[in-house]
Every structure is written in C-alpha cells, then in structure tokens.
Design a protein around this ligand. Structure first.
Ligand SMILES: [Fe+2]
Ligand SMILES: [Fe+2]
Length: 238
C-alpha cells in the first residue's frame, strides 16, 4: 500500500474533524473532539512505530524525523489538556493552538518529509511500510478505506513481473551519521518518549510555516487560506 496516500488520507480526515469541531457546540463538539483524538492517537502511533523509525536511519531524513517526534509530543500534551478540560473560551483558544500546530506539522510532512522519504526509501520498502501501517491501523480499530488497499501501479507491475510474493530488496544504503544501513521494517520505540517538550516548544516557536505547495485537492483551499494568515503558534502551557 502507498504509505503517503494512507497518511494523507488521515490528514484529510483530521482536517474535516477540525471544521466539525469549530462549527459544533456542547456535547456534539466534545464528541467530535473525542473522534479527533482517537484518529490522531492511531495516526501518531503508526507514524512513530513504523514510518518514522525507517526514516530516522537515513541522514537525509533524520533531523526532520526527530523534529516530527517532538511535534507529536506537543500535540499529545495539548490533546490531553483539552480532553481533561471543560468547554470554555480558553478551551477554544487551546484548540486553536492544537489545530495550528497540527497544520504546521502536516504541511512539513507532506511538503518535506514525504518528498525526502521518496528519495530514501525504495518503492518496495515504502509499500511494505504502507502495508504495516494499514495492518496496525486495522488492529487499532481504525479501518483503512478499501480504495487505498488496492495495489499501486508499481506494485501491480512488480507482482506481474516477479509474482505476488516478491522478496524485499536490501535497504537502500544511506549516508546516515551512524553508518547503519536503513531497514524497511524498523520497529524501534519513538524517541519522543524521552524527548524534551520544552525544547520542542521553543523550536516550534521560532519556526515559520512551510512554503511548500500542497497537492491535495480536497484541502488545498483551506491550506492556501492558512498560509496567507496563519503563523506558527507555540504550544505554550497555560
Ligand atoms: Fe502525519
Ligand atoms: Fe506526524
């Protein structure tokens, strides 16, 4: 499965949930927020345990991947604070900070990380990661749309030429600082568990939104609007 399409599909789902939360009130608002939190919990889990570990190995994607772990930690903290708080003007303000942090993070993933990942991972390695992420999402009770489960054109060609069960190619050699070879099935724990939230917040505060162009037609309008006016907001604790 194409891992980039899988993750972009999640990003679009999250974007729609933001709209639903902003237009709702009372119980409906909290219900939509719970749905958002569930979506994000599974999304961050599959990225941190399957996608990021493979990218952390390569020099080209190491720094942005480590930054992504830290940005996830900021999001997790904000989600926990919102889940524990009652609806109020302050809840809305905190939600806005959450939304802007996630939008910044999604822009970086789609405009920067995914592009670099395509240089670092072979198509077969990417497909294998996509399959693993889809399996984990299903296991976590987050169904993957049927249309995303269809093999990509690349995979269909590979299957036709080599048969259904192709062996994984050796990982692409990288110039990672560690000198380690990259693996497509890395399963190391996310580094964010030990990461410094404070450092992340500071880092996020000074960072401008990516100027890259988003390709998703469904969310491109909203994204353009964001890029005109939104500034990266620090996830300060209040
Ligand atoms: Fe993501
Ligand atoms: Fe992410």
């Amino acid at each position: 499965m194409n891992p980039y399409e899988l993750l972009k599909n999640d990003h679009e789902k999250v974007s729609k949930l933001f709209e639903r939360i902003e237009s709702a009130s009372g119980k409906a608002k909290l219900a939509a927020f719970t749905k958002l939190k569930d979506e994000l919990d599974v999304h961050m889990l599959v990225e941190e345990t399957i996608f990021y570990p493979a990218l952390k190995q390569a020099a080209e994607t190491r720094d942005i991947t480590l930054e992504s772990y830290e940005e996830h930690q900021v999001v997790k903290d904000l989600l926990a604070e919102l889940a524990a708080a009652k609806l109020s003007d302050r809840w809305d303000a905190k939600f806005t900070v959450l939304k802007e942090n996630i939008e910044h993070h999604v822009d970086e993933e789609e405009d920067d990380l995914f592009k670099k990942a395509k240089d670092v991972l072979s198509s077969q390695q990417a497909e294998a990661l996509g399959d693993q992420m889809a399996a984990e999402k299903e296991k976590q009770g987050a169904p993957v749309p049927e249309e995303l489960k269809k093999p990509s054109l690349f995979q269909r060609v590979v299957n036709t030429v080599f048969g259904e069960k192709t062996e994984k190619r050796p990982a692409k050699k990288t110039s990672a600082k560690t000198g380690a070879r990259q693996t497509s099935t890395a399963s190391s724990k996310p580094s964010s568990k030990n990461g410094s939230k404070k450092a992340s917040s500071k880092k996020s505060a000074g960072k401008k939104k990516s100027a890259g162009k988003k390709t998703s037609s469904k969310t491109s309008g909203a994204k353009k609007a964001r890029k005109k006016s939104a500034k990266k907001v620090t996830a300060k604790k209040r």
